[in-house]
Design a protein. Structure first.
Length: 83
């Protein structure tokens, strides 16, 4: 599955500020940034990402998924200290 397609699905479904998807074979890494994650538990954030991708996961098109979610404020701090 194309990384850009996953980014588009997530951005449209969750109104994300940014979505970055990379792949290594069948393993995908998602970094999602959006106000929608404010006040959500980690579990709810993961579920928010899985939900729009449920069809691709069920079909086996998406197999392994690593997810990191941030609010825009958290993302600014993450980029400052870890990038």
């Amino acid at each position: 599955m194309e990384c850009k397609v996953i980014e588009q699905i997530l951005t449209e479904a969750l109104s994300l500020t940014e979505a970055h998807v990379t792949s290594d074979g069948s393993h995908y890494k998602v970094v999602a940034v959006g106000e929608c994650f404010e006040g959500m538990s980690r579990v709810k954030q993961q579920q928010a990402i899985y939900s729009p991708l449920a069809e691709q996961i069920a079909s086996g098109e998406l197999h392994a998924l690593t997810i990191k979610t941030f609010t825009p404020t958290q993302w600014k701090r993450e980029k400052l200290f870890n990038m």
